[in-house]
Design a protein around this ligand. Structure first.
Ligand SMILES: Nc1ncnc2c1ncn2[C@@H]1O[C@H](COP(=O)(O)OP(=O)(O)OP(=O)(O)O)[C@@H](O)[C@H]1O
Length: 865
């Protein structure tokens, strides 16, 4: 359908250039085109090459010049070979002849449907035939014959005179020879010119195509190709024929394509993260083996700078016979040392119940016991997140004070707590002593300041005596100045305590509102449960405390005399220690060192787990199929062999049967025999032998509700079940804790209030009734048992949606190091009638609970009115 413009040979009529597509379109009956448009296009080199559209186009044009080629098998028609040398006269002659032969061909043709523009037979065949017939040799022969004819004519003319000499003959021969050679040469040129021309265009198109599908090349290659492209752009634009050829060439090219070059396969990155961005102290902590223990006397540069044998003996008498593993790592770092590398701040990451408290309390009290006997200054601060922990740590400090209070000790450090359990004023009185001191100069100064306060002073003196950069401190000073004193007397304040153990909120309150409460002499700061205290909800306290520890108006106030060191030594601890530098930044640590207690691993794999669990903690998880009946499930579980133990259960059964036979009761002797969770009936008798169980719920409300439900379902539980939530009054909380630790209470239902830090040495079981909110929360909860080298068991109840997170995250060894894998407990089905009985009892208990809640609301309303 597309035609290609091929310029006519030199001397051709101008009208030939206006040849249109319509004229070339297949028209079997059209007149042959003028020979002026025909141009000899030699065949491709390979005779086997598939025919191309361009070849057929050639035939279209070629057809005009040949006579009946449809059926012609012989040598090519000489007249069809038109070269640029052909004169117009010759062309005319040939044209006439071709017209004649065309007419003859038409007459002979019986299959016009196979003709395309007068070419019969398949296009491919015609092309091949044409190509074969137009061999360059054939052209040369034809030209030779023509010239021979001309020579013959000349010879005949000369023959009539018969006077031609031999020399002339020779000359003529040579002339002939030269002519022959010249013509041959021209023919060869004519034959090579189009062959180079047409394939060159195709070649460039093909190259462009190939380039577009080729992978990017190196720059040098790309530049070369660019040059090629530029050359190609210089070539004449493609005509329709050329485009047809292009289409055909595409097919040809497809067959010749090699697979696209593929990028080199990238080898998977097997290198482990190097934590290069972490500071060296965090990336390379001091690792302490979980098995290492040592006598307390082993620490320190000398007995004077370490733990004296008498102290060690007293420690032993209190149950601390040897230093626990983490203590062997921490205590030496906190004892006096002359080496700077041993005087920096200490961060501790160690499992729950590993003895971190004694690790910092002992060196601190040892240091403070060596000070001036008569001077009490606030030198140590211990910050903890809950009141329960404050009380607990106070006990440890009191014990440590006791072990150093032997004859050789110079003084006995005083320990106080501040946690909001008392009024602020009560605490203030307990912390700071106030007395009037005779000091006329100070009295005059104060009078001046008071004038400023009353507005009687001149402008410019307003801030005199008050540090306006520290507004809170200035406000305290103003309040202090207003206190009436004897003439020439001023109020002076004196700390009543050496160590304050407190919650962060109360500490800030004392800094802001307690006259005489100063951190000027503080040289120890302990932040226990650090990840909690540095996390959200406890952020502000550091902004208030740390700046007051960085400066002091009193030179030498923070001296650690035995270490030849000045400043505040910070000890930061947690079982789930944060490695977040942004969080730690607020502490303004100096030359920090991180001590990590290595965990017990299931396999000797080099895990990157951040947390470790106690060595003798067993863990198991049980699926709760119906979350609506979870309290019922828990009740059965509490009565199962898992909690009571096989031996206890058997013994209880025996006692039960004895009681039954003696009392004549008709209770089921087999009750309690089924020890699996979900068992049908269980006698209350085994509950007398119930081990201590701490049950964690997700909220205060759930804890209160569950606790009540348990006692409604199993009235015998009432005496032995306690509840601990943050809404419980502190006094009640304290009593509950004491009762539980003493073993009077066996079950404690609690919110996360007691999940951290609380030391319950005799706790047997922890039950996660509700799933903990985080991995850290899990670690702290289950860490209430299996403390200080004892055994303990943790149970987690999980529902279907919670299963994935629990098994993938919590139970994973990659996240938490543990000595054994988390076990999965499968619950046996129970008999339907028994189950229905229990559900009925449960519904009754729920109803009662609802009534109680309603009545409670009513009472509260009445009280408010
Ligand atoms: N050297 C020791 N010898 C015997 N018992 C010790 C020793 N050190 C500590 N303990 C006991 O170990 C128990 C756990 O100690 P502690 O409460 O300090 O643990 P912890 O590491 O702070 O745990 P948590 O991270 O849960 O707060 C306590 O009962 C404590 O009395």
């Amino acid at each position: 359908m597309y035609s290609r413009y091929i310029p006519p040979p030199k001397g051709a009529p101008a009208k030939a250039q206006s040849h249109s597509i319509a004229e070339i379109a297949p028209k079997p009956s059209t007149k042959p085109q003028p020979t002026a448009y025909a141009r000899y296009i030699p065949p491709s080199k390979s005779n086997n090459a598939p025919p191309t559209q361009s070849q057929s186009s050639q035939h279209v044009r070629f057809d005009d010049a040949k006579d009946g080629n449809d059926f012609y098998d012989g040598p090519p028609a000489k007249k069809a070979k038109i070269t640029e040398d052909d004169s117009p006269e010759k062309s005319k002659k040939k044209s006439k002849k071709s017209k004649k032969s065309k007419t003859e061909g038409k007459q002979r043709s019986t299959t016009p449907d196979t003709k395309i523009n007068g070419v019969s037979g398949p296009i491919g065949e015609s092309a091949e035939a044409g190509a074969d017939q137009q061999s360059p040799n054939g052209d040369a022969t034809a030209l030779e014959e023509t010239s021979n004819q001309q020579v013959d004519v000349e010879n005949s003319k000369e023959g009539t005179s018969s006077l031609v000499g031999k020399k002339e003959e020779k000359k003529i021969k040579e002339k002939k020879e030269r002519k022959k050679e010249k013509k041959k040469k021209r023919n060869v040129e004519a034959a090579t010119e189009p062959e180079d021309d047409t394939p060159m265009r195709h070649k460039s198109v093909l190259e462009r195509k190939a380039k577009s599908i080729r992978a990017p090349k190196p720059q040098v290659v790309a530049e070369e190709e660019e040059a090629d492209n530029a050359a190609m752009q210089d070539a004449p634009p493609l005509t329709g024929d050329a485009m047809d050829v292009d289409a055909k060439s595409e097919e040809i090219e497809v067959h010749g394509l090699e697979p696209l070059p593929q990028p080199e396969p990238v080898a998977p990155d097997t290198s482990k993260p190097t934590y290069e961005t972490l500071p060296s102290w965090l990336a390379e902590p001091i690792r302490v083996s979980a098995q290492s223990t040592a006598p307390f006397t082993e620490f320190g540069l000398s007995p004077e700078l370490g733990i004296a044998p008498e102290t060690a003996q007293r420690l032993s008498a209190k149950g601390y016979k040897q230093a626990f593993a983490i203590q062997t790592g921490v205590i030496p770092l906190l004892l006096p040392h002359h080496c700077k590398s041993m005087q920096g701040d200490v961060l501790v990451s160690a499992a729950t119940g590993s003895g971190k408290t004694l690790g910092y309390a002992l060196p601190m009290i040892r240091d403070l016991s060596n000070g001036n006997r008569h001077l009490t200054r606030l030198r140590g601060l211990v910050v903890l997140p809950t009141r329960e922990l404050v009380k607990q740590v106070q006990q440890v400090f009191d014990e440590c004070v006791g072990v150093f209070a032997h004859d050789g000790a110079k003084r006995r450090p005083r320990i106080a707590i501040a946690m909001g359990s008392q009024s602020l004023e009560q605490e203030q009185n307990a912390l700071v002593d106030r007395e009037e001191r005779y000091d006329p100069d100070a009295y005059t100064q104060r009078a001046k300041r008071l004038d400023v306060l009353n507005g009687s002073a001149s402008d410019g003196e307003e801030d005199e005596g008050y540090n306006t950069e520290d507004e809170e401190r200035a406000a305290i000073r103003r309040r202090e100045d207003k206190i009436q004193t004897l003439p020439d007397h001023v109020i002076s304040y004196r700390s009543k305590v050496d160590v304050l153990i407190c919650t962060p909120g109360r500490l800030v309150e004392h800094i802001k509102y307690t006259p005489g409460f100063s951190l000027d002499f503080v040289r120890w700061l302990v932040v226990d449960e650090a990840d909690k205290l540095l996390g959200q909800g406890f952020q502000q306290w550091l902004d208030v405390v740390i700046p007051r520890l960085q400066t002091t108006n009193l030179p030498g106030a923070r001296n650690h005399k035995q270490s030849n060191l000045s400043g505040v030594r910070k000890v930061v601890l947690s079982a789930t220690m944060t490695r977040d530098l942004d969080q730690l930044e607020g502490l303004k640590l100096r030359r920090p060192r991180l001590v990590v207690l290595e965990g017990y691993e299931v396999e000797a794999a080099d895990t990157q787990a951040d947390h470790a669990l106690p060595a003798f903690l067993g863990e198991a998880a049980i699926k709760v199929s119906d979350p609506n009946l979870k309290p019922l499930f828990l009740l059965d579980f509490l009565r199962s062999k898992y909690i009571l133990g096989e031996a206890t259960l058997d013994k209880a059964k025996q006692e039960d049967s004895d009681e039954t036979s003696s009392s004549g009761s008709d209770s089921d002797p087999d009750s309690g025999a089924d020890s699996s969770p979900g068992s049908t009936k269980a006698s209350p008798a085994p509950l007398r032998k119930l081990p201590t169980v701490l049950i964690f719920t997700k909220s205060n409300e759930t804890a209160l509700r569950l606790s009540r439900l348990l006692t409604l379902l199993a009235p015998t539980f009432e005496r032995m079940t306690g509840t601990l939530t943050s809404t419980t009054p502190y006094a009640t909380r304290r009593d509950t804790m004491r009762s539980f630790i003493a073993g009077k209470l066996r079950i404690l239902v609690a919110s996360d209030l007691v999940a951290r830090g609380i030391d319950l040495p005799s706790l047997d079981h922890v039950i996660n009734y509700d799933m903990p909110s985080s991995i850290a929360s899990y670690v702290h909860r289950v860490g209430r048992t299996a403390r200080a080298g004892k055994t303990g068991q943790a149970w987690t109840l999980f529902t279907n949606p919670e299963a994935r997170w629990f098994w993938n995250e919590v139970a994973s060894q990659d996240v938490i190091q543990r000595s054994r894998r988390v076990e999965r407990i499968r619950v046996t089905e129970e008999k339907e009638d028994a189950f229905n009985d229990k559900v009925a009892a449960y519904e009754a208990a729920l109803e009662k609970l609802g009534q109680e809640a309603g009545a409670g609301h009513g009472r509260n309303r009445e009280r408010r009115q």
